[in-house]
Design a protein around this ligand. Structure first.
Ligand code: ATP
Ligand code: MG
Length: 431
């Protein structure tokens, strides 16, 4: 074999396998999300992970980090430029328009799936990562802004995260108000050009609002004194924002106003928000969103108000793990390990396992497969983490019985008639 053929192929940097030891946490989170969306009357939408490059370039904005340097773009075999989706909103708008979902109706949608950005991989930041998002269309009042924020707050509450997260809120105003503010901001930055770092110098002409988002400590004081968007809002946006805040107050949702919260994507207007945590180090934003009333029109549709958010599943699962918030029952394993004591009991064990699964649909039963000595079978039973082993041997078969062995507690083993087995296990297993 040649040397290169022998070299093991590995996963692509920043793209992770989800291993069986980790997947129960993901399933726990995903089940909560699915249930919640159902309860709030949101319907799921699934779109392809590849789209025409122009969709993202036109919606996210040519001079954003994502479009400038993070997209996985390639030519299809027929020469079309395609891109692995870096986020879900553009695809959602594309699909909703294409299938007439925005025509004289409102929509509340949610999605979940992988996103792709060529970023520097680090804890909480990957090249393939996963998001859950919601997108609503056709509602222009602040009630829907409040509703999606309340939905996210309920998720934190149900996951036990509410005490560990902070809601940051800002309003970007109308696009006209933003343009006027932008001029003021550029003038201010021009006066402080010497303090601007290289990135910010570049953004001064392309995307000056993004400079406000900079984490560079050398610029912090200068940024603190910069003119604030909040002082330049148009009247309608100000009223919208005041109403949203009153709704959140009424619902008992705490928030902090962050006048420097601008979000990295071009399409936002009015409400923007982020949920952040200090428990994850520097990748502390777990959910981000806002209003994007201009996007549908920008992509060729009729003017349609829209509000949405996306949350990063990796960061949330990491947070649940760090804070130890996934209950043991959710972490996999099984309740019962059923083992034939030797090969002569294999068929009977297989049949009994199916019978128990018929009678106890919630029982998690693992059947011993693969033969082996009695000792090695018992070792596997122990490794399964099941609290109970059900043994079938010559003696049991002769008596139409089974032996229950308790693997995690000091307790006499007991023989039970096979006809009573389901009822006995039902009483022993708590769920
Ligand atoms: P950040 O400021 O952390 O780069 P962002 O503003 O680029 O985030 P959005 O595009 O708003 O993020 O995506 C919403 C959420 O998706 C983020 O808050 C984060 O939880 C998650 N996310 C974004 N990029 C990544 C990534 N590369 N790896 C893992 N999660 C990510
Ligand atoms: Mg980013």
């Amino acid at each position: 074999m040649s040397k290169s053929a022998a070299k093991k192929i590995q996963a692509i940097r920043g793209m992770n396998d989800l291993l069986p030891s980790e997947s129960p946490r993901w399933q726990f989170f995903e089940a909560k999300v699915r249930q919640l969306m159902h309860r709030y009357g949101f319907d799921e939408i699934r779109t392809p992970i590849v789209e025409q490059t122009a969709l993202f370039a036109r919606s996210i904005g040519e001079v954003t980090d994502i479009v400038e340097k993070e997209m996985y773009t390639f030519d299809d075999r027929n020469g079309d430029s395609l891109t692995l989706r870096p986020e879900g909103t553009a695809s959602c708008v594309r699909a909703a328009m294409e299938h007439g979902l925005l025509h004289n109706q409102t929509q509340r949608l949610w999605y979940q799936g992988p996103m792709f950005r060529h970023e520097r991989p680090q804890k909480g930041r990957y090249r393939q990562f996963h998001q859950v998002g919601v997108e609503t269309y056709g509602f222009d009042g602040p009630d829907i802004d409040a509703e999606v924020i309340l939905l996210s707050a309920r998720l934190w509450k149900e996951l036990g995260l509410l005490d560990h997260v902070t809601l940051e809120l800002n309003s970007l105003g109308s696009s006209e108000a933003r343009a006027a503010y932008r001029d003021k901001l550029v003038a201010y930055f021009e006066q402080h050009r010497d303090i601007l770092d290289e990135d910010s110098q570049r953004r001064l002409t392309s995307n000056p609002l993004r400079i406000l988002d900079s984490k560079n400590p050398a610029m912090a004081t200068m940024l603190d004194s910069a003119p604030q968007l909040m002082d330049h809002l148009d009247d309608d946006s100000r009223e919208h924002f005041e109403q949203l805040k009153a709704m959140l107050d009424a619902a008992g949702i705490q928030y902090v106003i962050n006048p420097r919260l601008v979000r990295g994507l071009d399409y936002y207007c009015r409400t923007v928000f982020e949920w952040t945590t200090t428990a994850l180090g520097s990748q502390g934003t777990i959910c981000a969103g806002g209003r994007y009333d201009g996007l549908v029109e920008q992509l060729g549709g009729k003017p349609t108000p829209a509000v949405g958010f996306a949350m990063g599943i990796e960061r949330l699962v990491l947070l649940l793990e760090t804070l130890n918030l996934v209950p043991d029952e959710a972490l996999g394993g099984c309740d019962v390990y059923l083992l034939p004591m030797d090969d002569s009991a294999t068929v009977a064990a297989l049949t009994l396992a199916e019978q128990l699964r018929n009678e106890l649909p919630t029982l998690r039963l693992q059947l011993h497969c693969g033969g082996g000595s009695f000792k090695s079978r018992m070792k596997k039973a122990d490794k399964s983490n099941a609290p109970i082993a059900v043994l079938l041997g010559e003696d049991e078969l002769a008596n139409n019985a089974a032996t229950l062995k308790f693997l995690r507690e000091e307790r006499e083993q007991q023989q039970v008639a096979q006809t009573d087995l389901a009822a006995t296990l039902h009483n022993l297993v708590s769920h």
